[in-house]
Every structure is written in C-alpha cells, then in structure tokens.
Design a protein around this ligand. Sequence first.
Ligand code: GRF
Length: 209
Amino acid sequence: MASEHKFRLGILGSGKGSNFVAIAGACASGEIPAGVALVLSDVEGSGILTHARERNLPARFISPGKFRTKLDEDAERAFVGALQEARVDLIVLAGFMRVLKGEFLRAFEGRIVNIHPSLLPSFPGLAAWQQALDHGVKVTGCTVHFVDAGVDAGPIIGQQTVPVRDHDTPDSLIQRIHTAEHELYPKCVAAIARGEISVQGRRVVWKKN
Ligand code: GRF
C-alpha cells in the first residue's frame, strides 16, 4: 500500500535490504512519522525488492544501464522520474551500490541520505569493515550522512560506535555494525521527518540535543 503519510520516503538499495526492513518497521510502528512511497533497486531480484513486496509497498527494478558504478543517463532519468512521480520528500539510500551524480543530485539537493559502515571520515568507499580490521582500529561504527557530490562525504547526521574485538572476523564485525545501523538509521530518518534537524555548513544540528 502506498504511503498515506505527508512525509514520503523513496528508498534505494541493491542488496539484502536489512536497513530497509528496519526503516519500514519503524514507519509501521510510528517511530518514523513517514511512509514508504517507493522502493527502487538497480538489481532485479534483490532482497530489498522482495522485502518491500512482502510488505505490499510499491517496489520497482530499474535497469542501471551500461555503467558499473553509476547510473547511465537514461537510468538516471528513469530513477528521478519515478521518485518525482511518487512525490518523495526524502531519498534514503540503503545499500545502493552506485554513486549518484549530476541530474539526480540536482533534482533532490539536500534531500538524500546514506548510511555507511564506518565512522566517517575514516574508511570511505567499499568494504569499510575490512578497512577497519586492516588498520587495526579498536572502535568503528556507522554513519548516516547527507549525500553530496563526493563519495561518503556529505554532512554527518548521526554516528554510532561499535567495538572491534581482537578476534573479530569480517563477518562478526559486519554483524555488529549492522545491528548499530538498524538502530541509528531509523532515528536519523525520524528526526528529519519531524523537521528536527538543520544543516549549517558542514554541521548538522539536532534541535533536541
Ligand atoms: C550496509 O552495511 C550499509 O552501511 C551499506 O550497505 C549495507 C546495506 O545492507 N551502505 P542492507 O542491504 O541494508 O542489508
């Protein structure tokens, strides 16, 4: 069922969709005062589309086109058109594995958020948990941030720490980071939906802090 809320989320993902599940659950319980208006994926048969359809939420695969790490022009137009048609207020990237560029960023400027599995600005890019293990840090975590033209670079909305244990494997560390993500992302999206945060340059200010 499409969102009946005033504040409408468009969620983009390429993978399992565990963050989508956390956010959709928080919308359903009222923790996030918003509804999921549309779920889009660049991967046919991805977990996120399955989870969305199981919840009767509008969900579509859109072919990403000819590039590997970004959307081509036609795909960009199709993504932007679908999200505008669904009248989304906020784009929530939940494991979307392509970098968003020009037309997309212009269409939704200041209205795109992402979650990254490290404490940015440490370990941007791929396999952030592996980067944390390789570096030997004792604490890592996850970051929710606004998306700008850089990679994992926009103003930081929220962060949650996760300890790195001496005998962690990539799997054990990822699991701990995911648990933190599923707490942090709904809190940040809820604050945005309630109009409780403002952006002042690089700083995101929470009105209730
Ligand atoms: C998460 O670890 C997130 O930080 C990263 O992609 C992963 C998505 O996982 N951007 P899921 O599809 O939400 O399970």
